[in-house]
Design a protein around this ligand. Structure first.
Ligand SMILES: *Cc1c(COP(=O)(O)O)cnc(C)c1O
Length: 371
């Protein structure tokens, strides 16, 4: 297998969307609805390793109907953002952490690991090529979606010998266009997301498909998102939707923050890691441990748990206002976003958008706009 990384072929789109069309999209991009003009593709085979790296027009793919990714689910993805900085440049937020997690997901699904440098280069190239698609408005960003799936044509049930890596980008508007609205959450008692030894720690396509039915239950009960419990005791809080969860105990500078420990069935969120770091920097005691459903319910009732929030790349930080099961429901404090929730959100967004110092080196400026 070649040891050198492939060079990218650059084929700019011959028919870019017009400035006015793009401006119209960027005025109200929503989330994941519009793709930019370009995408990156890289192929892998057992003999050639990573090859055919290209940046070209965003376009439909031709896929063999027997491509194993469609049948047996070898498919993983990532999600990261590029933010407009005060000087007008564009920076990626912690792309290396996403590159490493993409490798971890690949290992779990018996897929080849894309080298970190190649992942980073792909992100840098796409963001430079499509930098006019990075919105300027506050709370807006360009969401990058790396994806890899199996393309070998065979009905044999075994790891594919061929894969396609793709990187696409989609402008993202504010998650809360009408101001921050706390989530209501439904505690999943009939379904589990991930079990010990399973795939919960990987950003693996099947995890999300397997969650849709529970998400429908949540919606039927008037809730926004599903809270997942551990698969064995159905007692310990794991995650909410595709976000990690945090619990705050107490008030003011001494407030303690806790998040469920990474047991192997949780997705190790990069936003989660940022919040643990920022809360420590602000002097709050932080811990990663187990939090029981009953402890949450009673803590909310007696006021010892003062705030709960969810976090992930898409929404950054979202307060949780209400929770319900089939038999009971409870509310967090007055149901409004808590002060530490809002403070941490502000701090994190300030680093992402270049409005605050970056002591941990999270903001990555693409090396150059040249190819
Ligand atoms: C992506 C994801 C998260 C959040 O991870 P970030 O790196 O913070 O975006 C949390 N839980 C699940 C299940 C996820 O897929």
């Amino acid at each position: 297998m070649p040891l050198t990384l492939p060079q990218f072929t650059i084929k700019p789109h011959p028919h870019l969307r017009s400035d006015s069309e793009r401006q119209q999209i960027l005025a109200a991009p929503g989330f994941g609805r519009y793709m930019t003009d370009h995408m990156v593709t890289i192929r892998w085979t057992g003999e050639a390793g990573w090859h055919d790296a290209a940046l070209g027009p965003y376009a439909p793919l031709t896929i063999d109907p027997a491509a194993t990714g469609l049948h047996y689910g070898q498919s993983i993805f990532e999600g990261l953002k590029a933010y407009r900085q005060p000087d007008g440049t564009v920076a990626l937020f912690r792309p290396e952490a996403n590159a490493r997690r993409f490798q971890a997901s690949a290992r779990r699904m018996a897929m080849p690991e894309l080298p970190v440098e190649l992942f980073m280069k792909a992100c840098e190239l796409l963001v430079s090529q499509d930098r006019c698609w990075v919105p300027d408005a506050a709370e807006h960003s360009l969401y990058l979606r790396p994806l890899m799936f199996a393309t070998e044509s065979t009905l044999s049930v075994r790891p594919s010998t061929e894969y396609l890596f793709l990187l696409m980008a989609s402008p993202a508007g504010s998650y809360f266009p009408d101001g921050i609205r706390p989530l209501s959450v439904w505690i999943a008692e009939d379904y589990v997301r991930a079990a010990p030894g399973g795939t919960g720690a990987a950003k693996f396509a099947g995890n999300y498909a397997a969650a849709f039915l529970a998400q429908n239950d949540a919606a039927e009960h008037g809730c926004d998102q599903v809270v997942w419990l551990d698969a064995i005791e159905r007692r310990w809080i794991e995650e909410v939707g595709a976000m990690n969860l945090f619990f705050v105990r107490g008030h003011g500078p001494a407030a303690e923050i806790t998040t469920p420990a990474l047991t192997g069935s949780l997705l190790p969120g990069i936003t989660r890691d940022c919040i643990l770091t920022l809360a420590r920097d602000l002097g709050h005691p932080v811990s990663e441990s187990r939090i029981g459903l009953e402890e949450w319910r009673t803590g909310a009732a007696d006021g010892s748990i003062t705030e709960v929030f969810a976090c992930g790349t898409a929404a950054v930080i979202t307060p949780v206002g209400r929770a319900r099961t089939r038999t009971t429901a409870w509310q967090m404090a007055d149901g409004r976003p808590g002060p530490l929730t809002l403070r941490l959100r502000e701090e994190l967004v300030a680093v992402q958008t270049g409005c605050a110092p970056d002591p941990h080196g999270w903001v990555h400026h693409p090396r150059t706009t040249a190819h």
